[in-house]
Design a binder for this molecule. Sequence first.
Ligand SMILES: Nc1nc2c(ncn2[C@@H]2O[C@H](COP(=O)(O)OP(=O)(O)OP(=O)(O)O)[C@@H](O)[C@H]2O)c(=O)[nH]1
Ligand SMILES: [Mg+2]
Length: 365
Amino acid sequence: MRIGIIGLPNSGKTTIFNVLTGGNAPTAAYTGGTFQVNTLLVDVPDPRVDALTKMYHPKKTTYARVEYADIAGLSGSADAEKRGASISGELMNAMSVNDALLHVVRAFDDDTVPHPLETVDPLRDVALLDAELTFSDLSKIENRLEKLEVSLKKGKAFPTFEDDKIEFDILSRLKPHVENGLPIRDFDLTDDEIKRLRGFQFLSAKPMLVMFNLGDDAEAPALDYPHKKSAITSVRGRLEMDIAQLDDEEDRAIFMDEYSITELSAGRIIRESYNLLNRMVFFTVGEDEVRAWETHRGASALECAGTIHTDLARGFIRAEVVSYKDLMAAGSNAAARSLGHIRLEGKEYSVSDGDILVIRFNVNK
Ligand SMILES: Nc1nc2c(ncn2[C@@H]2O[C@H](COP(=O)(O)OP(=O)(O)OP(=O)(O)O)[C@@H](O)[C@H]2O)c(=O)[nH]1
Ligand SMILES: [Mg+2]
């Protein structure tokens, strides 16, 4: 899972990046919309993996991982004429490789930190950046429609003629939607249509997590955001970054206590991202390794086998499945087995979040 952090200059993207990664990337220095991208892979904190490690004492423990990209460079032009156009090719690429976008919105007051539009107005900034993304998508749609119109008029672009007609039809329906300022993720598309549009890498089609970056004791603004594949969250960015950067566990506990923080936001935000992206984890366990694997919700046993290794999918016979809860309640694998908690499931079995799988397979079958 890869999440791109975007937002206006000085909104706190690098601060949030540090909160999420426990990192020390330098903040401040007003980069004023200069293109820059910094990525880091982080383990997904998961107490279930910790508990399984205690049970199995494996040689190795592997957590699921999330990659965060701190993407600077959106200028936040308030000038409608320039919107979308300000997104350079490299910035476009840096954004489009992500599974979801995390929009950091400044909601903290601080006279020493300049705002590119001079005033702090989080709701305006949400709308502004959304407009920037939809405008960039609109210009792609318009350019493509123009080209398609020419080639369809010639009428002999065989064998792509039929495909071009279908694409022209989809884009023509999509255009007024985007012109109305609505993100593409709100538009109902069939799987086939999604496939046909994939190459465009539309930015407003990506799942969006809007994150208010709050001051130490600020409250989150009330945002009406009725869009699909979207979620809203908030974080006291600088406060949490300061805590996340403390090496000493005890110091951290004291700090958290003082500000009544029960859990650092990194884990919570990963869970919110999992929900937004319809992701889940399953586990494999043993003496060698306890490991969390990420997949999409509702994945079949066969798909999970393939996530582990293509051979396991190819030679799939059966999956032995026990839920994390049942295993923990039983206390050991042997106890779970004698209680009848270990089930044998076939290819089609829909795996649940937290299932522990053993894939029986035979590659020679
Ligand atoms: N008071 C206060 N300041 C913050 C908070 N979050 C970030 N800042 C400050 O705002 C400034 C900008 O933060 P960054 O995290 O560098 O912002 P950015 O979005 O990465 O900025 P660019 O990369 O230049 O676009 C820094 O001086 C931060 O210390 C906050 O929650 N409260
Ligand atoms: Mg930055």
